[in-house]
Every structure is written in C-alpha cells, then in structure tokens.
Design a protein around this ligand. Structure first.
Ligand code: GLP
Length: 262
C-alpha cells in the first residue's frame, strides 16, 4: 500500500488529479472508476482546470461510478447522476454515453441490474483506476460495515449513520433514499489500481481502521489491504491517528527521490 500524507485538501485533490492525468496520457481510452461525495469535488475541479488548459482530454475515456441511490431519477438534484453531470461531465469533453452509473429502477430486479453493471465493466476491459472516498464508518462506495469482502454490484441498505451523515446534503422537504446500488468490495478489489482520497479530522478514525486495523467487514475500506495497487492520499487531519505516520512520510520522500515524482 502507498500512503501519502499531504499538507492540505488542495494538495490531496491535485495528487489525485495527477494520477488520473498520468493514466490518460498513457492510455487515452482509459476506464476510470469514479466516486461522489464532497471530498471528490476538489478533484473534479482540478481535472476540469487541467481540461480547460488543454492538458487532458476525456474524449475516449469510459467511466463507471461506484454507486447510485435507488428511488431518485437521474434528473433529481440529489441523484449521483445529477451530481456527476453538474460537478464534472458537463464541463469536460467526455461522451456521455460512456459514463455509467449502477442505476436500478424501483420496479426492476436489483440482482439483474447488478449483474448487468458487472458485465458492462468486464466488457469495457475492467477498471484501470478506481477513485474512492471513505465514509465515517469505513464504507467505500455504499459498502456498509458487514458487507461481504467478496461482494459484487448489488443493492445495499444504508446504515442510520450514513443516512445521518449524508442528510446534510438533503433539504427538509427532499426525499432521502436509504437504498442504493453499489459496486461490491470484490468489484473494487478487481480494479487495476485504486486511489482513496480522505480529508478532515472526522475521517481520521476510519482511515486508521482501514490502513492499520485488521482486515474486517466491520471496516469495509480495510479490504483495500488486499488490493494489488492502492494509494491512500490523506491530508494531515485525516492522517492524525496513524501510528506509523512518520514512516509513511519517509517512505514517500524516498519514493519521490528515487522516482523523481511528487
Ligand atoms: C457517500 C458515497 C461514498 C463516499 C462517501 C464520503 O457515502 N457513497 O462513495 O466515499 O459519501 O463522502 P464525503 O466525501 O462527502 O465525506
């Protein structure tokens, strides 16, 4: 695992954007896994900035989002489709037909919808780089604690903690779903590389459990310890509870020195 501790959330977003940019430079038709949540917004702004400066093009890129609520249609301002359009897709040159989310109509069979999403990922050749956030309870995507570590895309019931944490984003009169479709932990572990961004002190415990705790379904992000190429990119506040923080800083300095990257 690569653990990168940076001074602030701006640097975290820039680091994430550099990883996306490096992939697309190497592979213009890359398959990207994308996430939602407030942490990712700075990443999207940085990628949009790179696009506007002609540093990057998404023309041939395909994207698969981690998750989507059930019970909201695409046009609903709270749907993750709407978030992605608003925060990213509308500002870049991506072909919208190549932007996929694990949608499931309330009347559809979620098992079929999950299988179809897995099939679409496989048809695209698999995900080259999966961007991730982390929930306060250690969830990735909407894989809540006790999710199977080999799960695939499926329906999940959100915990009360997650519903409460995300309620800040919903108005009093807005319907807040408690069901979602999400890539499974097995789906995420199959990606060729993954970058988890975490900022702020309220993520410090989840980050510690994910990196230094035992691999356990109680902290779904801890399954990333099994990922072949994962980077945790943290600001100082999110890294505050790591017992080996100085060691991670030293390793990163050495890596930058040897590979001449930052
Ligand atoms: C939601 C998303 C997750 C995301 C999490 C953290 O629950 N389903 O994919 O990681 O939010 O969001 P934030 O960055 O807003 O803390």
């Amino acid at each position: 695992m690569e653990i990168v501790i940076l001074p602030n959330s701006v640097e975290v977003a820039k680091f994430g954007a550099r990883r996306v940019k490096a992939l697309i430079e190497k592979k213009p038709a890359a398959v990207l896994g994308l996430a939602t949540g407030s942490t990712q917004i700075a990443l999207y702004r940085e990628l949009i900035r790179c696009y506007e400066n002609n540093e990057i093009s998404f023309r041939d890129v395909t994207t698969f989002n981690l998750d989507e609520y059930i019970g909201l249609n695409a046009a609903d301002s709270q749907s993750y489709r709407n978030y992605m359009q608003r925060e990213f897709f509308e500002a870049i040159d991506i072909d919208e037909r190549n932007t996929l989310l694990p949608t499931c109509d309330v009347h559809a069979d979620p098992r079929k919808a999950g299988d179809a999403y897995e099939h679409a990922i496989a048809q695209a050749g698999g995900i080259d780089l999966q961007m991730l956030g982390i929930g306060h309870n250690g969830h990735v995507g909407f894989n809540e604690p006790t999710s199977s570590l080999s799960s695939r895309t499926r329906i999940k019931t959100l915990t009360q903690n997650t519903v409460a944490a995300n309620s800040r984003l919903f108005g009093d009169d807005e319907f807040q779903p408690h069901l979602a479709m999400t890539m499974g932990i097995g789906t995420i572990l199959d990606t060729r590389s993954a970058v988890l961004l975490a900022t702020g002190k309220d993520k410090a415990q989840a980050v510690r459990d994910a990196i230094e705790g035992p691999v356990s379904a109680m902290c779904p992000a801890s399954a990333l310890q099994w990922h072949r190429e994962v980077s945790f990119v943290l600001d100082e506040a999110a890294a505050a509870k790591l017992s080996l923080a100085d060691y991670y800083r030293w390793v990163h300095q050495e890596k930058c020195r040897i590979l001449d990257e930052s």
